[in-house]
Design a protein around this ligand. Structure first.
Ligand code: ADP
Length: 891
């Protein structure tokens, strides 16, 4: 029973290798211990040794039974490992004659046992313990030989020989066993691989069969529904029917998407290159998407490179599928504005060209960190922004797979909240290098409009045949074409069709592909070869829902003259007939409509700046400077007990200072914009420029650096630079950034340089009282009284983004200011004398005159800019503060 269980354990693939080795090793180990006891007894071995072995035997037996029963093989292996290396092996070494016996060999077995059966960190711990125990045993035997049992030379030789034999056999068994396991695992993996492959094949088959099964009833429903829409006089019924129509369309899209992914994954989606007309392809694409955009009141722009060759070789159907998917997404995820399809070409080798399609929209965009996932199966990102938008998350997966199958590439660029653009590049062969010339949206729409109508023609002289085993489908098709006044015959099978074809000549035959006994393709073959048949030349159009393995290209190769995907609608049938029927049989019932909507190309490429510098209202630059440099500014707010007010818009510095003089500035805070406000700000700026470099107030001094960073993470080209300063210190960095952009550096280089320049900005303030420091938590509020008495004024210096207390100035205001100014220019570093900023909160003209004079006494600057602090900075510094900001020379 136990032995049976034991072998079950060894063969069980669900058990780890270690567990299985444990079972086999312990079993063989026990057999050998048994053997050793037996030999020991014959050889008249030390009784203690024999007893220890017997104890071991039973002990191990207990452990092995326990671990197998309780399924705790690791515990069992650990116990045996410990007993082996800590007790058994050292003991048998000492009592087995030390190095003059067989025991040293058993250490090898001990280590091999631990190495192969114990898992994880325990293994190494046990091995270390084993090494220590072994070293200690050798040490003891060497230092105190009197404790080591003495054997006769014969006994020592016998012991060594027997141990050698047993250990060698054990090791060989172990290795053979591992080998066997390795081979059988490999076989198992191979088998599993095969099974997975089979599973995947049957999944694909299952999908296609199920989809066909699902599609047939949907087709019938959609068909009848269309008849209801046509015939209904009641608004309510029409509306309900329209809802059914859109739900039906969604269901079909889903089935088609799932099918396509299954096909692509199993490699069954073949790319079939053929000669095609670029304009036709584009026109079909646009007409498949235009209505949807029009209904959403989106502008639809096309911008086609006039040099694009007219006739190319490639799989136009797949290209269309890619573009339609991208355009549908653009429409789905755009609520206002426009979508644009553009096509550029890049010459490659002779006879080859690269098509570069761009589908651009002004929609909700995709967050930068989500961009990486948009191509993943079933992945829908931006769920918040597009909660009501239906989708499966398969569209882009298909687009990417198809593009790659055509040796193309796809790229996404998106500005979150502003829009996205998908660029697909596809190599194609050129048949005719004759260019398409200037094409407008109108041209492309009109091309299709020529055949876009409902009941748009009558052809009473024409006779057509509908071949379908499903009576419902025949009824729907027939009724959809009722108003064309054609004579319509029906056949319920291939045989019936051939019978009809032998006697009646048709102008067109609509053929269902999937029919019992004889399928559409076979029926077509027989029509073409029918002896005396009247329809050997008649155009035959296949109607199919079955898309796995036999898509449009295959039908084309089979010789069909057209392809209609179920569910059929009146438009499809009539469009096909218009193409096929002889012109003299057709009488138009509705004139062509001219398309009024958006044919112009629009302002696609308005002038954009390569880099735009932006900053916050705390930058404290004079308005003329900001205007001249065209720096967009995001305002901070000032919050007090009455609410929150936007800096410079809802409150000015004076108002803040007045509030401070009445209420103090304890409950007054400068509040940075929210992440969302930053996002909106950046998104609008990216409308004007390719890159935005935003200079923010020091994060460590309560600025919004981290908030701005969080917002910037949603965009690809927004760079945030922490000025590590505030007020004119931020302004100083903005000026430098502007200069760098003017000098033509790219965004990355500008950011790199700004990170260096900011370390050269000297920003310091003399603040009128210690409230600022109390607010920052640097000083105990109880110091307030003392500070008033001694008229303490802290001098604050910015270092690494943090305002640090440079020194407390004591005494009368004028003296303190003068001393403070003196200290600023005496830092031992070379000062850039081009410009100095003096910022202040509510100083009088005479106070400012004094300050200017004292600064002038210290150093002459080319430009001295006196700037009142913004309301936000005033809220931070309080009344009567002033600061000196300049740049150190680059050393
Ligand atoms: P879905 O069926 O959800 O549209 P897709 O695979 O086509 O699936 O797209 C995956 C996700 O990518 C969408 O859920 C959407 O969040 C995002 N996405 C795709 N195209 C756009 C776009 N033009 N604008 C914004 N988000 C888009």
């Amino acid at each position: 029973m136990i032995i049976q269980k034991l072998f079950n354990n060894v063969e069980d693939h669900n058990k780890s290798l270690q567990e299985r080795v444990f079972v086999i090793l312990t079993f063989i180990g026990m057999l050998s211990v048994f053997l050793l006891i037996f030999i020991g007894m014959i050889m008249g071995d030390n009784i203690l040794n024999t007893l220890a072995l017997v104890a071991c035997f039973f002990g191990f037996l207990g452990v092995i039974i326990f671990s197998i029963k309780k399924r705790r093989v690791q515990t069992g292996a650990t116990i045996i490992g410990v007993v082996l290396v800590v007790f058994l092996l050292p003991l048998s070494f000492i009592y087995g004659g030390g190095i003059y016996g067989g025991s040293p060999l058993w250490f090898i077995f001990g280590f091999a046992f631990i190495g192969m059966t114990v898992a994880g960190k325990r293994k190494y711990v046990l091995m270390a313990i084993g090494a220590i125990a072994m070293s200690a045993s050798y040490y003891l035997a060497y230092m105190y030989p009197e404790y080591v049992a003495k054997h006769t030379i014969l006994a020592a030789h016998m012991d060594s020989l027997i141990s050698n034999l047993i250990v060698s056999i054990l090791l060989v068994v172990m290795i053979l066993f591992e080998n066997r396991v390795y081979i059988s695992e490999n076989k198992l993996i191979e088998k599993q691989k095969e099974e997975i492959q089979k599973l995947s094949q049957s999944k694909s088959k299952f999908f296609s069969t199920v989809s066909h099964e699902i599609r047939t009833p949907i087709d019938t429903m959609v068909g009848f529904n269309e008849l209801i829409i046509r015939d209904s006089d009641s608004e309510e019924i029409t509306e309900n029917a329209l809802n059914i129509k859109s739900a039906g369309r969604m269901l079909l899209n889903l089935v088609n998407d799932v099918l396509d992914v299954a096909k692509l994954e199993s490699g069954k989606m073949e790319i079939v290159p053929n000669e095609y007309d670029v304009i036709n392809m584009l026109s079909e694409t646009i007409n498949m998407t235009y209505e949807e955009a029009h209904e959403k009141r989106l502008k639809y722009y096309v911008d086609i490179d006039p040099q694009t060759p007219k006739i190319l070789i490639g799989d136009d159907i797949r290209i269309e599928q890619i573009l339609i998917n991208l355009l549908n997404n653009a429409i789905k995820y755009t609520n206002e504005g426009s979508i644009t399809l553009s096509l550029r070409t890049k010459p490659m080798g002779p006879g080859e060209i690269m098509l570069v399609f761009t589908v651009e929209d002004t929609g909700i965009g995709i967050k930068k960190d989500a961009i990486a996932y948009v191509f993943d199966e079933f992945k829908r990102v931006n769920e918040n922004g597009a909660k009501d938008v239906m989708g499966t998350g398969l569209g882009l997966t298909i687009v990417k797979m198809l593009t790659e199958q055509m040796n193309g590439e796809i790229q996404v660029n998106s500005i979150y909240t502003k829009g996205s653009s998908f660029v697909v590049t596809l190599p194609q062969e050129v048949v005719k290098s004759e260019p398409v010339g200037e094409i407008t949206l109108e041209d492309l729409r009109n091309k299709e409009l020529a055949s876009e109508y409902r009941q748009s023609f009558e052809a009473p002289g024409a006779r057509i045949l509908i071949v379908d085993d499903n009576q419902m489908n025949r009824v729907v098709t027939k009724r959809l074409l009722r108003d064309t006044k054609m004579e319509i015959d029906e056949a319920a099978s291939g045989i019936e069709c051939l019978e009809k074809c032998a006697n009646i000549q048709y102008e067109c035959i609509f053929m269902d592909q999937v029919m019992p006994e004889m399928d559409g393709t076979e029926c077509l073959r027989q029509i073409r070869q029918q002896m005396g048949g009247m329809n050997r030349e008649t155009p035959v159009v296949v109607i199919t829902a079955f898309t796995t393995g036999d898509d449009q290209a295959k039908f084309r190769m089979a010789g069909f003259d057209g392809y209609i995907l179920k569910p059929v609608n009146g438009e499809m049938l009539e469009n096909t007939l218009l193409r096929i029927l002889p012109a003299d049989l057709i009488r138009r019932t509705r004139p062509l409509e001219a398309n009024q909507a958006g044919g112009k190309k629009g302002n696609l490429h308005k002038d954009r700046l390569p880099i735009l510098i932006t900053t916050e209202s705390v930058c404290d630059l004079p308005p003329e400077m900001i205007e001249k440099m065209r720096i967009p500014i995001i305002p901070f707010s000032i919050r007090n007990k009455n609410g929150s007010f936007i800096d410079g818009v809802e409150t000015e510095t004076e108002g803040v200072l007045e509030y401070i003089s009445e209420n103090g500035n304890e409950d007054l805070f400068a509040e940075s914009p929210s992440v969302q406000e930053y996002e909106e700000f950046f998104a609008s700026r990216l409308d004007e420029a390719d890159n935005v470099i935003h200079i923010s107030m020091s994060g460590k001094a309560g600025g919004a650096y981290h908030i701005a960073m969080e917002a910037a993470a949603s965009f690809d080209r927004v760079h945030i630079v922490d000025s590590e300063s505030l007020s004119c210190g931020v302004g100083m960095l903005v000026l430098e950034a502007h200069n760098l952009v003017q000098a033509g550096f790219d965004a990355a280089e500008c950011v790199r340089q700004l990170d260096k320049i900011k370390k050269r900005i000297h920003t310091s303030f003399l603040i009128n009282n210690i409230d600022y420091l109390i607010k920052l938590g640097r000083i105990n509020p109880r110091m307030k009284g003392v500070s008033r008495i001694f008229m303490l004024k802290p001098g604050i210096l910015f270092r690494d983004g943090r305002g640090t207390l440079m020194r407390m100035f004591m005494g009368a205001a004028a003296k303190a200011k003068k001393r403070y100014i003196g200290m600023q220019f005496d830092t031992g570093r070379l000062i850039d004398k081009r410009r100095v900023f003096i910022t202040h909160t509510g100083l009088t003209a005479s106070e400012l005159d004094d300050i200017l004079r004292w600064v002038g006494d210290e150093m002459i600057f080319d430009e001295v800019i006196v700037q009142k602090e913004s309301a936000a900075c005033a809220a931070i510094h309080g009344q009567g503060a002033f600061g000196i900001i300049f740049l150190y020379e680059d050393e």
